[in-house]
Design a protein around this ligand. Structure first.
Ligand code: 26Q
Length: 754
């Protein structure tokens, strides 16, 4: 195999590998992988899945593809023998950041699992020219710049397939690009991304503003940042419609080519709608079916049988509602259909709260999904329960049979095999390689929790990963961190409900304690990675406060040896792959009831970190599996939180005034020392927000968080064997959170593929 790889690479480079430059070798590797991927295609016989999503946060693909094709080691050795380093070549690969966070990354994990399980399932999305903005911290604040990831040698290959899409009275040509998705020892499926030839990257100026008026030139220039405050932009409707119309045409073409007569569409296709962003696929499919001779009523039934909807949020403000006038402007052809669907929905119930078009003329995309798909699922047990009990209770009363839970998962190929080779190898030596495709086998590690030698070995791997992260941070950001310290990591999008501000208050509290002579039992390095939507002011204030505090702590010789705060720039999939294997304590501290699932929590657990978290999202299921002794849980329960919201009597100021520790921590945000290094206006805004509003109830959870986190520090410092045992139990119990399990459940309950 190694020899064959060498020969192919030489041929593709046009010269001996050793004489080619890194770019040439990278391009040759890309071609080689593509050739091999194409040999793994399989004909589709039965039902095929189409996962429609505005986001696919795939991350770098070279190593992942080599691993899944089973030629990673051979390729690395072959390159090494010719004086090339695979990890250096990987640096040349731009990360396709075609997603904001969890929802986009989940879509990418699902594609990996579908192909690994040999199921026929393609993605449908958009080929954004710039992924999520690049972040840097000049001047102690977040700056955004465009992320131009498209290069000449990109994974997404141009095709001759073009579909007409009419929007705002003009017809555009949606061109199909395809990326191969090869499973681990599995088949090749495709990620289908649509784009217009006329998009003009020249429009991208400094920063990430751009001209919204020339649709054909800027339609797919940017991925919209997840920002509930800024929702409702017309260009986003254009993006969504391009995706669903071209996607629906592709689906109908493929099914027709396999013999579908459109009346039996659901025998050929299952369509999963990833949150409400692709919801217009419902009226669009009805429209296209009518064009192909199907009557309206039957079309509605066919579409309902074919489509299923996943909900990813309980934040009411994040549910998409489009003003009818916007839809009238962009997709007038859909409006009569949406109105007929609204009439149909209203005929099914007296309850006007489930209408599609409300009295203000807002079109509720989620309502359309629930009425006109056959399955509605939440993404963790608690989340689904909350949807049924409160958020969507009126719909649950109407369609109890549609509601089901599919707890999220992650692909172990990227989040273990690729990002943590040392741990992977150790596990394989102990229990064999069966866990790679059958994650439940990780439980075979459990007997080792009584084996001190094994526990020390796992601890040593973590220690090595921490040193590697420290080296990387020094090179990348010029910060020196102490690898002997406990590494606590909170990496995820910056959002108030995720409560990075609670972590901030803890760090201030710790700062005061150290100044008072109460040093922690072990030094703490607190690491953050998070992007804030550019228009989300308070989120940016939180970043600024953390960056400023980091300087205050570092400048003080009394605190610097005990506490370090590092904010990693430009958190993305590539950075996550470096942070996660080096983590001791995984911070999952959202306000209970607000985080639908979380998936970072699963990645950290799998890599042997312990969770410090609230009973929220999938944390609940992690706790259930590892046992309360092997996780650090704190804070209000979701019932308490929901109750407090219903009462409507939460008053942050009372908590602030009643508790001197809280007051001391909150007030330090605008302390002289902070204002001397940071921006007073921003710090003051955050202070006022916490005292005057604190919508996500940070203050009531503050003391419990301090106690629990300090307990974790003490356990880590005083009982390292006990700590390692807990870590190993977490690894052993992580199997449930494989996306292979999630996909098998979607297939069993919803899709019935093949
Ligand atoms: C909406 C309108 C306008 C612009 C952007 C958006 C937008 C974009 C992305 C709204 C939401 C998103 C992304 C949401 C998301 O990532 N949700 C997360 O999904 C994960 C996978 O299910 C869960 O684990 C997380 O709990 C959930 O927050």
């Amino acid at each position: 195999m190694k020899q064959w790889i060498g020969e192919r690479l030489t041929a593709l480079c046009g010269c001996p590998i050793g004489e080619a430059d890194d770019r040439q070798v990278y391009a040759a590797l890309l071609k080689l992988v593509r050739e091999l991927s194409e040999t793994k295609q399989q004909p589709v016989t039965g039902r095929k899945l189409y996962y429609i999503s505005a986001e696919f946060l795939v991350g770098k693909l070279l190593s992942n593809n080599l691993i899944n094709l089973g030629i990673y080691d051979e390729t690395r050795q072959c390159l090494e023998e010719n004086g090339k380093s695979l990890s250096e070549l990987e640096e040349l690969e731009p990360e396709p950041s075609l997603g904001n966070g969890g929802l986009g990354r989940l879509a990418a994990c699902f594609l990996d699992s579908l192909a690994t399980l040999n199921l026929p399932g393609d993605g449908i999305g958009l080929r954004y020219h710039c992924g999520l903005f690049r972040q840097d911290f000049r001047g102690g604040v977040q700056n955004e710049t465009p992320d131009r990831w498209l290069t000449d040698d990109s994974w997404a290959q141009c095709t001759e397939t073009v579909y007409p899409v009419t929007m705002g009275g003009k017809t555009y040509a949606a061109r199909l690009y395809r990326l191969p998705v090869t499973g681990y020892h599995g088949r090749t499926n495709w990620l289908n991304l649509f784009d217009l030839d006329t998009v003009n990257e020249g429009l991208i100026g400094e920063g990430i503003s751009f001209d919204q008026t020339k649709i054909e030139e800027n339609l797919t220039l940017f991925l919209y940042p997840d920002d509930s405050q800024e929702a409702g932009r017309v260009l986003r409707i254009y993006q969504q419609y391009l995706m669903v119309s071209a996607g629906a045409q592709l689906i109908l073409d493929e099914c027709a080519a396999r013999g579908c007569n459109f009346h039996d569409l659901d025998k050929y296709a299952a369509i999963q709608i990833n949150d409400t962003h692709p919801s217009m696929v419902i009226p669009e499919l009805i429209r296209l079916l009518e064009q192909r001779g199907v009557e309206f009523d039957e079309a509605v039934q066919i579409v309902t049988r074919t489509c299923a909807y996943t909900n990813h949020t309980i934040l009411a403000e994040a549910l998409e509602k489009w003003p009818r006038a916007y839809l009238e402007q962009v997709v007038p052809q859909l409006l009569p259909i949406i109105e007929e669907l609204d009439t149909l929905a209203r005929s099914r119930t007296e309850d006007a709260s489930t209408a599609i078009v409300d009295e203000k003329g807002l079109v509720h995309m989620a309502h359309m999904d629930i009425h006109f798909t056959h399955s509605v699922n939440g993404v963790a047990a608690l989340h689904t329960q909350i949807l049924k009990d409160s958020e969507l209770a009126n719909f649950y009363a109407l369609y109890p049979e549609k509601f089901n839970n599919k707890t999220n998962g992650i692909t172990f190929r990227r989040w273990l095999l690729e990002c943590n080779p040392a741990l992977t190898q150790e596990i394989a030596q102990r229990i064999g390689t069966g866990f790679e495709q059958d994650a439940g086998q990780l439980e075979r590690l459990l007997p080792l929790t009584e084996d001190e030698e094994a526990l020390r070995r796992f601890a040593a791997i973590k220690a090595e990963n921490k040193v590697r992260l420290a080296d990387w941070l020094r090179q990348k950001q010029g910060v020196q961190i102490n690898p002997q310290a406990m590494f606590a990591i909170q990496s995820k999008r910056l959002h108030e409900y995720k409560r990075q501000q609670l972590n901030l208050l803890y760090l201030i509290h710790q700062y005061f304690e150290i100044k008072a002579g109460h040093t922690p039992p072990v030094p703490l390095v607190s690491i953050f990675g998070a992007k804030a939507a550019p228009a989300y002011t308070i989120a940016k204030d939180i970043i600024h406060a953390l960056l400023t505090l980091s300087q205050v702590v570092a400048n003080d010789p009394e605190t610097a040896p005990w506490l370090q705060i590092v904010f990693v720039e430009n958190y993305n999939v590539t950075v996550a792959e470096k942070l996660i294997p080096a983590c001791d304590l995984s911070e999952q501290i959202s306000l209970a009831s607000k985080e639908a699932s979380g998936t970072g929590n699963m990645k950290f657990m799998l890599n042997g970190a312990l969770t410090l978290g609230t009973m929220d999202g999938a944390n609940v299921e992690i706790a259930q599996r590892v046992g309360m002794e092997n996780i650090y849980i704190f804070g209000q329960s979701s019932e308490q939180v929901i109750h407090r919201y219903r009462q409507g009597d939460y008053c942050a100021r009372q908590w602030y005034e009643a508790d001197p520790n809280i007051r001391r921590a909150v007030d330090f945000i605008t302390d002289e020392q902070m204002c001397a290094l940071g921006h007073e206006e921003s710090l003051k805004r955050l202070h006022d927000e916490l005292v005057g509003k604190d919508w996500f109830q940070t203050l009531p959870d503050f003391n419990a968080y301090v106690v629990r986190k300090n307990q974790a520090l003490a356990d880590y410092a005083c009982d390292s064997l006990g700590w390692s045992r807990k870590c190993l139990i977490n690894i052993a119990k992580a199997g449930y959170f494989s996306s292979d399990r999630t996909i098998a459940e979607y297939n069993r309950d919803i899709w019935h593929l093949g």
